[in-house]
Design a protein around this ligand. Structure first.
Ligand code: ATP
Ligand code: MG
Length: 238
């Protein structure tokens, strides 16, 4: 295995002191890694910083062997990083297909973009059935699938997901996570997932990190973290 993403002592925030405090973590090629923590712990801030939407105040991010701190978000997408933002952030008055086409802005040609859209419709049959439906009228689960498909349109090597569980029923969440597992296996994409549904996230992860108040306080394999009594008490309601 080789290291795809290496985050070292990363700090960042919104002007009034740092939210992220010297966060270090890594994702190896082929791994699913989750960062779990409560509301306000800094999960979204972490993904925004890694994906170039926020400028770090300290530390560095190395992606595929190159330092990327300060590189603009659209350039990082071209280099193989893709983010599914919190809530999906689809364009509600555009169709499913049009949303996907936007995600494929990196494609070499219009034909390539169309081919990728068709590929996504095969990968997510539910989107194929709703190809021309406005994204704003999709159900929560369909919206998440559309957001994941849009992020996959740039053929990323690293897919980052910000709380894909948000607003989903337990059954729908199960479906979305199953779909995610299948995609990871089929497309050889590595995943960095942030979630407050700790158990669901750890269950599908090779490794996980626990974030509290902007700091990583614990890490280990998904199985080891799930078996940890402190984590069970604090995050899993056991
Ligand atoms: N644009 C912003 N300006 C100022 N402070 C912000 C901004 N966005 C987030 N914060 C603050 O940064 C901290 C971390 O927020 P963040 O969104 O990263 O948490 P989170 O772990 O993603 O939470 P959640 O699980 O609720 O999505 C919070 O205290 C939040 O209020
Ligand atoms: Mg968040």
């Amino acid at each position: 295995m080789s290291t795809l993403l290496d985050i070292q002592n990363l700090s960042s925030g919104y002007g009034l002191g740092n939210v992220l405090q010297e966060v270090s973590l890594h994702v190896e090629t082929g791994e699913v890694v989750s960062v779990v923590g409560a509301n306000g712990a800094g999960k979204t801030t972490l993904l925004r910083t890694v994906s170039g939407l926020l400028t770090p105040t300290g530390g560095q991010v190395v992606f595929d062997g190159q330092t990327i701190s300060g590189v603009a978000a659209h350039k990082l997408i071209k280099r193989g990083m893709s983010l599914v933002p919190e809530g999906g952030r689809l364009f509600p008055f555009m169709s499913v297909a049009e949303n996907l086409e936007l995600g494929g802005f990196t494609a070499a040609s219009r034909q390539d973009n169309r081919r990728l859209v068709d590929e996504m419709m095969t990968l997510f049959p539910v989107l194929g059935e709703r190809r021309n439906q406005m994204a704003g009228s999709l159900s929560g689960g369909e919206r998440q699938m559309c957001a994941v498909a849009r992020a996959l349109m740039s053929s990323p090597r690293l897919l980052m997901l910000d709380e894909p569980s948000a607003g989903l029923s337990p059954q729908m969440l199960e479906k979305v996570l199953q779909m995610l597992k299948a995609v990871v296996a089929a497309r050889q994409v590595s995943v960095l997932l942030v979630e407050q549904h700790v158990e669901d996230a750890l269950e599908m992860s090779n490794r996980g990190y626990v974030i509290e108040s902007g700091r990583i306080v614990q890490s280990g394999t998904g199985a080891a973290l799930m078996a940890d009594p402190n984590i069970q008490r604090a995050y899993m309601g056991l």
